[in-house]
Write a protein that binds this ligand. Structure first.
Ligand code: AKG
Ligand code: FE2
Length: 303
């Protein structure tokens, strides 16, 4: 039997419902989340306009090439994990706890000048996602009976990133061995994902057999995927969701695909350890995130 992704309606679900679904499937569709569709659409629209700019213009906000990811990250052309997409990433400055749009907007160093309205659209959705991810991590802690004192680092003081991925239309066969996104777990706490329904989409390894299951994203939902740090925080009870984005079938009409991802990260200073495990079985959030980012993407060539 093919495993399916559970649906959690935040209007009615309990913390235990959410945790049980995550333990079973490592990812769940979250509906009843209250985030207006227009907020997401504004980010996708301004992101599309940005990706369509000439390379010289995008180059002005390119990721500096080391340290944590932010800004424009072109398609990475080499290495075993070179994925067939470009992305733009907004990263909140360390230690900031107030989501005051004006202050936050000035703390991010790589806002594109074009298109107009970009930073407003992205800060608006970021604030909504920040609240939603705080709510969901509170439910996870409650459902797992984790200490209340852990929570500020995962909620108010979280350090999350908002990303738009642009998977280019594939007009010929993709280079051998390369996917739109290689199989990986996400690095942080939870991921909240939306993608359009273009061919060549998400697959997740779920259920006891860990078989690859195609996941069709829903317009009314964000897909919550458990990341490495929630796996560890849960004492291994919640599995980290393994997923990939496959190439479209050769007969499909070439079509670009966009996905919008909120990578929820706890505060970088957090020491993440299972509550009843030995402290030495834990990890520094900052070190884990940086180590994974270093191995997953090294800037080489781009388009
Ligand atoms: O585009 C998707 O469906 C998933 C993207 C993804 O896995 C990522 O950006 O980490
Ligand atoms: Fe991912």
């Amino acid at each position: 039997m093919t495993a399916t992704v559970p649906v959690i309606d935040l209007q009615t679900a309990s913390a235990e419902d959410l945790v049980n679904a995550l333990i079973a499937a490592s990812c769940v569709f979250v509906v009843g989340h209250g985030i207006p569709t227009a907020e997401r659409e504004a980010v996708v629209r301004t992101g599309d306009q940005f990706f369509a700019l000439p390379r010289d213009e995008k180059q002005k906000v390119i990721w500096p090439g080391d340290g944590p990811w932010y800004g424009w990250q072109p398609v990475n052309e080499s290495g075993p994990k070179a994925d067939l997409h470009e992305r733009f990433e907004v990263r909140l400055a360390a230690g900031q706890s107030q989501l005051d749009d004006a202050a936050w907007a000035t703390s991010f160093p790589l806002w594109p000048q074009h298109p107009p309205g970009f930073s407003q659209a992205w800060t608006r959705l970021y604030a909504s996602m920040h609240s939603l991810s705080s709510r969901l991590t509170r439910m996870i802690a409650q459902g797992l009976k984790l200490p209340e004192s852990d929570l500020p680092a995962w909620t108010l003081r979280q350090h999350s990133n908002l990303v738009l991925n642009h998977f280019h239309a594939q007009t010929g066969a993709p280079p051998s061995g390369r996917l739109r996104a290689h199989a990986h777990t996400d690095i942080g706490g939870i991921t909240l994902l939306w993608a359009d329904d273009a061919p060549g989409g998400l697959e997740a390894a779920i259920g006891p057999e860990q078989a690859w299951v195609p996941v069709r994203l829903r317009d009314d939902a964000y897909l919550l995927q458990a990341g490495d740090l929630v796996h560890l925080w849960s004492g291994g009870r919640i599995p980290a969701n393994l997923h990939r984005v496959v190439n479209p079938p050769p007969q499909a009409t070439p079509q670009a695909r966009r996905s919008l991802v909120f990578f929820h990260h706890p505060n970088p200073e957090t020491w993440v350890a299972p509550t009843d495990g030995a402290a030495q079985s834990g990890i520094s959030a900052a070190e884990h995130i940086l180590a994974r980012q270093r191995t997953d993407y090294a800037m080489t060539e781009s388009r």
